[in-house]
Design a protein around this ligand. Structure first.
Ligand code: PMP
Length: 404
């Protein structure tokens, strides 16, 4: 990959923070946006801005075409069978909540089992806890082993006839673990369970094919893959979307309305009430164009190479404990240093222009599992370089001396 050329697309990276060159290693929280995406937003607002679907005038038609073109791009990008299987959301959290509210309200009964894992982000835990409370269903969790992988032996007896929902993170934001979602979803579907995958850390980082995974739902966020914040998508198998009741009611999602009752449009419109986030949908389309031009295989290969390099170098740090398996691992390394609390370390790093993240990373049960108050996390994307990893290592070695 021509990294220097790509970096030029991210003007934000070219700045100093506290008198030092910025090293942005907080990509798992949110990625940076290339100027192609930023320019798409500006162009939309300067030339095409109008409400979608309703208008027969030129601007509305342009906005609608671009808005719907993104749906096609997403469907192709994640391997959906048809574009109607793509519902726009605010992000992963909203996608999971949609399913945990609508599907769960219709199909869960007291005593049914919702099977999750011990490494879920709060956004794939709390919505199911709420669904369990409302329906009388019970929660089960596949345990996490010391090496940060799922305990597939302990998982065996958890997959029984009572399981009606299986929801699992594709790539853990706190461990970097890449879960065998295809095998796990196959197990759950053989029992007749509905399956959902949290793809927040996967889409835009590794090639994703929802049909190959075989899940019923797959949720992701645009902002972690070069797109604006406030936009994401939920993939849902069309047959299930058809069976589901609408989520929010309002304009856009109906065919006819009387004072007493309404008839609803077919999916995805049924789940998209009100004026959508048009500009950011179009921005997400530009992000997909950009990522496809770079190449998902290139992005994945660069991430693996950089992470492997960082892993090797970090292993030498005195008092370090790195969480998660060495292989296969996504482009992030979460770690604890014996000498410093993650918040102190991250604040220290910030004074040298290094952006890390410290805390529980919205995975409190996982932190408890590893008996840690939190971790520090360095997460990479394709615009990061080995030289930046070297810079991080200088700062971390300096930090060990400072805190020891
Ligand atoms: N799941 C995982 C694995 C994540 O990393 C995140 C974001 N940190 C989310 C879900 C939630 O994504 P969002 O906040 O964009 O809805």
């Amino acid at each position: 990959m021509d990294l220097l050329h790509l970096r030029a697309d991210f003007p934000i990276l070219d700045q100093e923070v506290h008198g030092h060159p910025l090293v942005y290693f907080d990509n798992a929280a949110s990625s940076q946006k290339p100027r192609q995406v930023i320019e798409t937003l500006v162009r939309y607002y300067q030339q095409d801005n109008a409400n979608v679907h309703r208008g027969l005038h030129e601007l509305s038609m342009r906005a609608t075409d671009a808005f719907e073109a993104t749906r096609k791009k997403i469907a192709r990008f994640i391997g959906a069978a048809r574009e109607e299987e793509i519902i726009y959301t605010r992000g992963t959290t909203e996608g999971i909540n949609l399913v945990a509210q609508v599907w769960a309200a219709q199909f869960l009964k007291p005593g049914d089992v919702i099977l999750l894992t011990g490494m879920e982000h709060h956004s794939n835990l709390v919505p199911w806890q709420l669904a369990a409370k409302r329906s009388g269903a019970v929660l089960r969790h596949i345990p996490v082993q010391e090496d940060g992988t799922l305990d597939l032996v302990a998982a065996e007896p958890l997959f029984d006839e009572q399981v009606k929902v299986f929801a699992c993170v594709h790539i853990s934001n706190s461990l970097g673990t890449v879960n065998p979602v295809r095998e796990l979803c196959a197990k759950a579907r053989a029992l007749g369970a509905m399956t959902l995958v949290d793809g927040a850390q996967a889409v835009g980082h590794i090639p994703v094919d929802v049909q190959a995974i075989g899940c019923d739902f797959y949720a992701f966020s645009g902002h972690k893959m070069c797109a604006p914040t406030g936009i994401g998508a939920l993939y849902g198998r069309y047959e299930l979307l058809e069976q589901m009741e609408p989520w929010q009611g309002g304009g856009e999602m109906i065919t006819t309305v009387t004072l007493e009752t309404s008839a609803y449009k077919a999916p995805p419109a049924k789940f998209e009430a009100g004026t959508p986030n048009i500009a950011d949908v179009i921005g997400l389309g530009a992000a997909i164009d950009y990522l496809e031009a770079v190449g998902l295989e290139n992005i994945q290969a660069h991430g693996m190479e950089l992470t492997e390099y960082a892993y090797q170098r970090m292993s030498d740090l005195p008092g370090i404990r790195i969480l998660g398996p060495q292989q296969p691992r996504a482009s992030l390394i979460a770690f604890a240093l014996a000498c410093a609390h993650p918040h102190d370390l991250v604040e220290y790093a910030n004074t040298y222009g290094l952006a890390l993240r410290g805390g529980h990373h919205c995975t409190q049960p996982l932190m408890k599992r590893f008996k840690l108050p939190g971790t520090s996390r360095a997460s990479f994307y394709f615009y990061n370089t080995r030289a930046e990893v070297d810079r991080m290592m200088d700062i971390l070695h300096q930090a060990v001396k400072f805190f020891s």
